[in-house]
Design a protein around this ligand. Structure first.
Ligand code: ADP
Ligand code: MG
Ligand code: MG
Length: 252
């Protein structure tokens, strides 16, 4: 099974340290949730792992099946099987959704083994149906003029098509109404497999009613300060984060 281990990850933005030593150990088949107050570094963790140039990694490693992702270029990380559904997906004018998807799939494949056009279209159409997406979205420019919910569905479509080993979902629930949330969650649940680990970043417990995590981690001030099972998410929903701060003596 897939194994993903983040060890002592530190990262800075414009010289300011945001991640102060993140440790995380995930196996294929598992769903890990990261919860935490706003501004605590959750999206920074996702971006640093993916290799966003704004974030400078100053220490640590992120080893996926024996290879350190932090030593790879962004496209190599994707090829190695890392996938990030972003909190704020960007719009790309001039690139259609279907062109983008096809190159993302082929980037994961060896040269000469690209997916055939027929097979690609068949797969895309069936996944779009599963996600209850209007077929016209295949031919629209990537995320351009998409509503918040449509962007999130489109991120899940990408995830389904590229078949990654490690999936990071950053606030995939934000901006989704309950019907869209169910569709997106069903999509994620259908992708659970021994070969795939999920890191679900969320501010709210609501998402975790639909995607049941095996582990819940609380992130504060750039560190994972507490880990537990799904009951931890429920307690955070009911009681907020203050009790964690008190328990650990964290002062803002
Ligand atoms: P979260 O996702 O937990 O809400 P973020 O990772 O987005 O938190 O942000 C963590 C901290 O890093 C915040 O204090 C935020 O202001 C800062 N930060 C994030 N991105 C940038 C950036 N591009 N430039 C400067 N500061 C940033
Ligand atoms: Mg935030
Ligand atoms: Mg965030």
């Amino acid at each position: 099974a897939t194994q993903f281990v983040v060890d002592g990850l530190k990262a800075t933005i414009e010289g300011k340290e945001i991640l102060k030593g993140i440790n995380l150990s995930m196996k294929g088949g598992e769903i890990h949730a990261i919860m935490g107050p706003n501004g605590t570094g959750k999206s920074t963790l996702a971006s640093a792992l993916m290799g966003h140039p704004k974030y400078e990694v100053t220490a640590g490693s992120a080893v996926l099946d024996g290879e350190d992702l932090l030593e790879m270029a962004v496209d190599e990380r994707a090829r190695a099987g890392l996938f990030l559904a972003m909190q704020y997906p960007s719009e790309i004018t001039g690139v259609t959704n279907s062109d983008f998807l096809r190159s993302a799939i082929n980037a994961r494949r060896e040269e000469g083994k690209e997916i055939s056009l027929i097979k690609f279209i068949r797969q895309m159409e069936s996944k779009m149906k599963e996600l209850d997406m209007n077929p016209e979205f295949a031919h629209r420019y990537l995320n351009e003029g998409f509503s918040g919910g449509e962007k999130k569905r489109n991120e899940i479509l990408q995830m389904m098509m590229v078949d990654p080993k490690v999936v990071i979902l950053d606030e995939i629930d934000s901006g989704l109404d309950i019907d869209a949330l169910k569709i997106v969650s069903n999509g994620v649940n259908a992708m659970r497999s021994e070969d795939r680990a999920f890191l679900v970043i969320t501010h709210y417990q609501r998402l975790l009613n639909y995607i049941t995590p095996d582990f819940v981690h609380v992130m504060m001030q750039g560190r994972i300060v507490k880990s537990g099972g799904p009951e931890l998410a429920e307690r955070l929903e009911n009681e907020g984060y203050d009790w964690v701060k008190e328990e650990l003596g964290i002062v803002d």
